[in-house]
Design a protein around this ligand. Sequence first.
Ligand code: C2G
Length: 132
Amino acid sequence: MKKTTTVLTYGTYDLLHWGHINLLKRAKDLGDELIVALSTDEFNQLKHKEAYHSYENRKFILESIQYVDKVIPENKWEQKVEDVIKNDVDIFVMGDDWKGEFDFLKEYCEVVYLDRTNGVSTTMIKKDLLIG
Ligand code: C2G
């Protein structure tokens, strides 16, 4: 029985935009199942990020996306090895703004950094809306 290929990625996914969707689509295209570890509101504080939408609402939005099969909470930096093992992950994916940061996972699974989508970001959206 062929094992399904499980892909795992992490992020805040606030004010969802086409750059996020572009990442999720390419991540899902690498396998059969895509798990997103979504930064909790508390973890965002550790990342010095403040999401506009709550964790529950960001989770609801992600779960509505055709490419996403499962959403789990990201509570701390140190949970990735455990997440990879517990979820039998084959491929870990992040945008290449994180290139190299998670190479320690190569001991447990394939690590893929996908090109970040230029021209859009949550920060940019917030700034543009401020200017009005
Ligand atoms: N991304 C992208 N293109 C953009 C914006 C984001 O490809 N224009 C990707 C990022 O590289 C990341 C994912 O979308 O892989 C989610 O981005 P963020 O929500 O900003 O995630 P981040 O705050 O980088 O959290 O433990 C890892 C962290 O939780 C990553």
